[in-house]
Design a protein around this ligand. Structure first.
Ligand SMILES: [Zn+2]
Length: 422
């Protein structure tokens, strides 16, 4: 959260500095006011373009979300269809299992009937053999030989025939049973085949529904990824919008300052090289700025400890007010790891941009884009950042603030503040 805020503040700060810096480069020209106005127009054009892009991206987001909704609806329909197919498959499996049980029972009945037929057939054959082929069974012969009269003999023969006929009837009935059972088995087997075909069809349907669902899910995942990307795009464009708004405000304020300066043009700035009349023009900016705080110089501008001190240190008690060295626009107001609580102010003086830096403060009172007047309290002396005691580290740049190319090296554009102070 804090990092994000810092990043944004930094981004705004840099763009403000750059916007003014770009104008400052051409500020030596007489038409500084015109170029600032032009800058405002350019920023407005960028704002409009950026807003169009935001709207376009938001339209894409809406389209994406509506597609996602449709696909989710379709997935819900598919889930419903898959559920109903699964139910049908379950019912079909039950039918198949019932039919198989039925077939097993029929097979068992058929097998039992076959056994009974074989037994009856065997019995019948034995009886017939006993009757017609003498010597088979003693009992039959004895039955016949035991006849007391011819009439009794005939009766006995008829009785034996009756037994055989009965056996034949039973056998035929059993054979009919077997035929009926086999026909039933054929019919049920055919039912089973139908059921199994239905089952296979349902499984195929279930598979195709599952495939369709997987495709929808993949599409949905792609849309979600696109959505995330579009959301990020909107966010970054909204950051750009904020930056442009800050740039525009800074450019407008710079324009106002320029107008003020135009109206005060008759007032001469004391510039030693010109008004001093002397031969030396080293201190050509003398008095351009006022002292940002009161105290003794504890470290000057120039080489120091094998590096370069790009400003001056003004030792002061903790809490001593720090003031803007000239009127201008706050380009950056933030906490830096090295500068501590620090403020950068952009100034336009005689068509030239300058930047002043106030570092290691205890507290900052002004924000990015704010207009400040010379002598306005902007913070208090502290010892924040890379500092070993209470002091104000003060830098002056011709143009915008620029970082040192390597650590400890001179910051490009930095000048000795003493040459610009009274
Ligand atoms: Zn310093």
């Amino acid at each position: 959260m804090a990092a994000r805020w810092m990043r944004r503040a930094l981004a705004v700060g840099i763009t403000v500095t750059t916007a003014i810096g770009a104008v400052g480069a051409g500020a030596a020209r007489a038409n500084t006011g015109e170029s600032l106005k032009q800058k405002v127009n350019e920023i407005e054009k960028k704002q409009e373009q950026n807003q169009n892009e935001i709207n376009r991206t938001k339209d894409q987001l809406n389209e994406n979300r509506s597609k996602q909704k449709n696909i989710n609806d379709e997935i819900a329909d598919l889930d419903h269809e898959i559920q109903s197919t699964t139910d049908k498959i379950q019912a079909k499996q039950d039918d198949i299992s019932r039919t198989k049980t039925q077939i097993e029972a029929l097979k068992k009945d058929i097998a039992d009937t076959k056994v009974r037929i074989a037994e009856r057939d065997k019995l019948l054959k034995e009886r017939v053999r006993s009757m017609y082929i003498n010597g088979g069974s003693i009992d039959y012969l004895q039955v016949l030989l035991g006849a007391k009269s011819f009439g009794d003999f005939v009766t006995r023969v008829l009785a034996l025939n009756t037994i055989v006929d009965q056996d034949k009837r039973i056998l035929n009935a059993q054979k009919a049973d077997k035929a009926r059972l086999e026909a039933k088995e054929t019919q049920v087997e055919s039912q089973l085949a139908d059921l199994q075909k239905d089952y296979a069809d349902l499984r195929a349907l279930q598979q195709s529904l599952a495939d369709k669902k997987a495709q929808h899910k993949a599409l949905l995942a792609q849309l979600k990824e696109d959505e995330k990307h579009l959301e990020k795009l909107v966010m970054s464009k909204q950051e750009i919008a904020e930056n442009l708004a800050a740039q525009k405000a800074a450019a407008q304020k710079a324009y106002e300052l320029w107008k003020q300066e135009q109206s005060n043009k008759h007032k001469t700035h004391r510039v030693d090289g010109v008004s001093g009349g002397g031969t030396s023009n080293v201190h050509h900016g003398k008095g351009l700025f006022i002292w940002p705080t009161s105290g003794a110089i504890s470290s000057g501008f120039g080489p120091r400890d094998g590096g370069f001190h790009s400003g001056i240190d003004i030792a002061a008690k903790e809490g001593t007010p720090v003031v803007a060295a000239a009127s201008g626009v706050v380009a950056r107001s933030y906490r830096s790891s090295s500068y501590g609580e620090c403020i950068f102010i952009s100034h336009y003086i005689n068509g030239q941009q300058y930047t002043t830096v106030y570092a290691h403060m205890e507290k900052r009172l002004v924000q990015n884009g704010q207009t400040v007047s010379a002598g306005q309290v902007i913070g208090y002396v502290g010892s924040t950042g890379e500092s070993t005691g209470f002091h104000l580290h003060f830098e002056v740049y011709i143009g915008a603030w620029r970082a040192a190319p390597t650590e400890g090296a001179k910051h490009p554009g930095s000048v000795n503040p003493l040459n610009y102070l009274p």
